[in-house]
Design a protein around this ligand. Sequence first.
Ligand SMILES: Nc1ncnc2c1ncn2[C@@H]1O[C@H](COP(=O)(O)OP(=O)(O)OP(=O)(O)O)[C@@H](O)[C@H]1O
Ligand SMILES: [Mg+2]
Length: 262
Amino acid sequence: MSEDTQKDTDTKVTTGITGLDNILKGGIHRGSAVLVSGNPGTGKSILGMQYIDHGVREHGEGGVYLSFEETEDDIAEAAVSIGIDGWREHVENGDIVVYDKMELLEETDFSSSLTRILEEVDSDRYSRLVMDSLTMFEMFFESEKERRTYLLKMIDILKHNGFTSLLIQESEAVFPDRDIGPEEFLTDGNIYLAQTPTKTGANRYVWVAKMRKQEIDTHIFPMEIKQGGINVHDKAAGFSYMSGEDVDDDMDIGGGTRRGGL
Ligand SMILES: Nc1ncnc2c1ncn2[C@@H]1O[C@H](COP(=O)(O)OP(=O)(O)OP(=O)(O)O)[C@@H](O)[C@H]1O
Ligand SMILES: [Mg+2]
């Protein structure tokens, strides 16, 4: 391995999705907390599972997967169904630790149970974390102020424990119609996943809008989800949010017609 590559491996955390790592110019800056947003079914959980699995298989980095929505078994089933065959084995041997809703909902004070979990985890063995999803977790806070305060604190704890994390967020509206929330500002990076309906199915896209401390390609790239996981194409999509010039058709998404949206 050349010195440069070795240096990149030290500072960048690869997602294992080649096209996405190319957009990220090698990966996510180590120690970052990255928001992954998208509508239902856009591939957020699959991205999270691939990220964790890749860390274990290719880099010997243990992964923590926190799920407020599904049980440990549902997650394993989803992983195996997309082609992550080794998921259960990694969970059994402890390379992947899953905290599912049963454990996370055991205590009524979720924020302290999360803090305890993160502090319990051996930071030498585990350096990748996925929270699926932040949206669900945040629902347990009564006020906006409480939610923001805990989000800040949580990002701090994640960094303090040496994690490079993906925080998954469900979007209600289709980008760019949705509001930008504090999550977007407080996290180090923002990755948006989107899909648009077509006559035969859906076109899928990924957009890395921000990634602190590193250069990225901010074009929108088409992607696919198939057996084996997410595949991001290396040629940028031929349109942008803002301009309709290079768009093929008007699209009707989420109740409003616009040119050039995702
Ligand atoms: N084995 C598979 N082959 C092809 N496509 C698949 C396969 N498994 C899942 N998918 C596609 O991936 C989508 C689900 O991806 P995923 O569960 O990661 O979405 P999500 O963004 O996490 O959704 P949600 O917000 O509901 O949790 C499915 O709707 C389906 O289109
Ligand atoms: Mg999901």
